[in-house]
Design a protein around this ligand. Sequence first.
Ligand code: ADP
Ligand code: MG
Length: 225
Amino acid sequence: MIDIKGVSKSFMMHGKSLPILRVSNWHVEQGERLALMGPSGSGKSTLLHLISGVMTPDEGEIWVDGLPLHTYSESKRDRYRADHVGYIFQDFHLISSLTAKQNVELIVPQSWSKKMMKEQVDYWFERVGLKDRQHHLPSELSRGQQQRAAIIRAIITKPHLILADEPTGSLDWETAGDIMTLLLDICEAEKLTLLTVTHDLHLAEMYPQRVHIQDINVLPRREAI
Ligand code: ADP
Ligand code: MG
């Protein structure tokens, strides 16, 4: 599902190139549910940005679903992301002026019929426990409910790959556990590959697979700058 070969990524800081990631070989199988752990600043989000095609590597190859992302133009990467990746953020990224349902409908392809849209929207709002909240604005939902709506948005088109960057980072521990359980259950049932960044060990232990960024990223820990 994900194949990374000889990838490196640096950022320009104060006119100097600062190496952030070097991954010589990393593979994630189709259908894996994997927690990616590691300290702040260790390149976890950068790795997710490379896999989602938001960023490009300085060198190396990134293959997802058999597609060579490293050869793609920006517009082709945008298309790839829309078709293949569901992204879940720590702070939900819902549009505040739209209801939960409108936030979801916004990303659904035009090719869906009205009937299919309604069936799918009804199914998923029920599935995540938001049946009576479709017409609420994000500000009228709890943080856990907002993340449930964001999970529907990421999953409703069945992208093969779900990337979640600290999806429970702004939730209390009980809600965090509920959200992780929901995400894991949905991805297992729908056979979606799930890669979740978390630095909460208890939450990571819910995952069938766990990996530490420092086992992937072979750059030595930088000295503080
Ligand atoms: P993590 O998600 O593990 O906390 P990140 O991948 O966000 O780490 O960042 C890794 C390092 O790269 C950090 O030192 C961060 O400051 C730096 N960094 C991330 N994005 C940029 C950017 N766009 N420009 C410059 N430096 C960046
Ligand atoms: Mg991060």
